[in-house]
Design a protein around this ligand. Sequence first.
Ligand code: GLN
Length: 451
Amino acid sequence: AHLDRIDAVDGAINAFLHVNADEALRVAAEVDRARAGAETLHPLAGVPIAVKDLIVTRGQPTTAGSKILEGWQSPYDATVVSKLRAARMPLLGKTNLDEFAMGSSTEHSAYGPTRNPWDLDRIPGGSGGGSAAAVAAFEAPLALGTDTGGSIRQPGAVTGTVGVKPTYGGVSRYGAIAMASSLDQIGPVSRTVLDSALLHEVIGGHDPQDSTSLTDPVGALVEAARRGEVEGMRIGVIKELQGEGYQAGVLTRFQEALELLRSAGAEIVEVSCPNFRYALGAYYLIMPSEASSNLAKYDGVRFGLRVVPDGAPTIERVMGATRAAGFGDEVKRRIILGTYALSAGYYDAYYGSAQQVRTLIQRDFAAAFEQADVLISPTAPTTAFKLGEKLGDPLAMYLNDVATIPANLAGIPGLSVPGGLADEDGLPVGIQFLAPARQDARLYRVGAVLE
Ligand code: GLN
């Protein structure tokens, strides 16, 4: 049914870069046979899933949304993909994204933009717009995303789906193509909070292949989602993440969410995180710095595309020609920003200061969590904007991430849950919950109340 749905609607939406029909059908048939044979199966066995094309899969292409990896296939599976296979979940295919996950609209994909199923003239968020659109358009019941600065949560918000960024280290990054390694995290995309909890329990847990992987068990997330209660919980409204720059219809739904939580027994308190005003600036130095290092391996020799220019094919000339042709404008912009921020003479002023801001943001969160069990904000300042609207203005594009970035800088978990439709445009609004590190279960417990 999902493959038929992809056939019917994906020409218009472009959520998928690759559809893995034969293998998905084979796995589904195996699960049917196993079920008929009364074998004990995982609860998600046979439930198909789409995978963001930043996560490597054996036997399918992985492009990271870039021409530089066109035609490349990984010789191994990411740990999360091995876990999906072990649970016998059919892999439907690979979803579209901004090139190397750099963007907030999926317009920076080298393979054309994904469109928002709610309005095909609008963006589905980014960078994981393909995963969110696939789930919103019923092409897949579940998907995997990656969240470095909001790429699971913001697409969730603007497509009316649930998106979760787990605690840093809670889900293995082995096999997720690195963007900014100290910020990247793989997480679930779904239509309900319970579905995300089920998927999170499949993909989470310790992995010796990822040196930043936590050793804690993944936790009782499904139980928390089933329980869904806020009675007696303190929910902190982050003062700095509302007001100026936020669309009126987003703020109306946000206030309604607070009322609903209050009526369900939560205590709503206000918290202040004064250093959040520097978060965007710090992120857009740290993230490009790490990316400029991570992307150095695309040299025209080791992976994918190789362009050999006329004349002497020296390594420098091959590398230059390959990168010129293989990387898009946004990726080049960030490599230049990152190498500049890391260069001798500027390192302390830019990268060093950004790391200090990161510490201040962690302290803001620590203080806020003294006063509240979970924090709440709108996930994104606006509903889905029109395709092309912010493409020529990188700063306007970066401003979409203002509410999602602090969680990545601090390594804490976040969940975006649909909060209804904005009055002025009838488009989905996302509500974000944040919890202290390793307290992902709290997000599911609270998120399920709002759903
Ligand atoms: N929109 C943010 C950026 O462009 C976040 C990206 C992400 O989370 N992968 O960097």
